[in-house]
Design a protein around this ligand. Sequence first.
Ligand code: IFM
Length: 460
Amino acid sequence: MTPRTFPPDFTFGVATSSFQIEGGVNEGGRGPSIWDTFCRTAGKVQGGDTGDVACDHFHRWPEDIALMKSLGVRAYRFSIAWPRIFPTGLEDTPNEAGLAFYDQLVDALLAAGIEPWVTLYHWDLPQALQDRGGWTWRGTVVAFAHFADAIGARLGGKVRHFITHNEPWCVAMLGYMNGEHAPGHKDWPEALAAAHHVLLSHGLAVPILRKYAPNAKVGITLNLVPGYPASPSVADADATRHFDGFFNRWYLDPVRGKGYPPDMVADYRALGRLPAEGPLPFLFPGDLEAIATPIDFLGINYYSRAILRSDKLPEAENAPRTIPEPGPEVRTDIGWEVYPDGLAVLLRRVAADLPGIPLVITENGASWATPPGDDGVVHDTGRLEYFRTHLAVCADAVAEGVPLTGYFAWSLMDNFEWAYGYAQRFGLVWVDFTTQQRVPKDSARFYADVMRTRAVPERG
Ligand code: IFM
């Protein structure tokens, strides 16, 4: 059978984020972030793990760029640690050492022929902003615009792709609703305010970045999860509607200019998560227009689907990808079902929802902790097959006419997986966290071949 191929201008890359790989948390004038605090709060992160060293990328970035180059990576998505640029988030003037760190990283990437894709916010909020309410505080929106301005001013001349936020759902819901992520709050009204402020700050940042980088493409990354009813019952269909509103439409709809979905506003009012009537407490005139500022692309992070049963809806809102369902499905170490067809369904749906907007898979990957074998090689067949099947879906979507223009594997290397600490490994490259040795896995060689040939080989 002929292998599936990608067009010549399709972007292949790998992704990471600042707190997950950098370490060096007390260096270069960096201030504390909410994740430093969270890691030090007993019982919040598995094994008491912290980001203090992580992959030591703060010191080993030249080696990591060389590693990417050796794999043939042509695009690298990374994020900026806000507290390296503004240690409290409240300063007028940015911290030069922090800007210089990312400036040299960008220069070295460009020199290596690797296109930088910069995410402004991947969850490491300055702690001092959290002390004022974090994302529940409208002042954080203003501070984020100031942060965007500093990054645009410094990097706008050379970076051609910016992503304002990574996964607003996680920021709001894991951070402020179920408490699984920093800052660890459990309060629905707070979570809905946080979601709004993240979206608003995105909308304000887009024109700021464009001012400095008129030719750059600016987008936002949403983590989207297609919902499937567990049965043909009306109740399960309604649970699926609610889940889709909770997880996907609450973010997609305002970004595409439709405002917050009325059915969800009604559900949240009925559930006491929003006032029973009257205006939404966090919504001010002009906010929705700002959030709907046109974007150049939508980033999508896809890992799995959710199966919805009406009697398990509260559980679904807390851990949507881990609903126990009988069946022969394959699950990764983190418990997420391997379901490539969900990506096909999602891509078609988003392409229809946002006609004409290029789509980019900004994360996709699988957690398996397969260690190096006696031969010193990591035979991570599960991950390799995960990438093969999901890349095949992407190639088919492009062939079908979905405007999918890029794919970033999550992640370049094993790293700090938030509340799971170092127990979950998503890397193409194995990291020995004692020696910091990096060992490319079989999946890295597979992906290197895909990037080189622009083709997804058949299995076997
Ligand atoms: O590691 C995370 C990443 O930070 C955001 N998206 C999901 C990944 C796997 O959980």
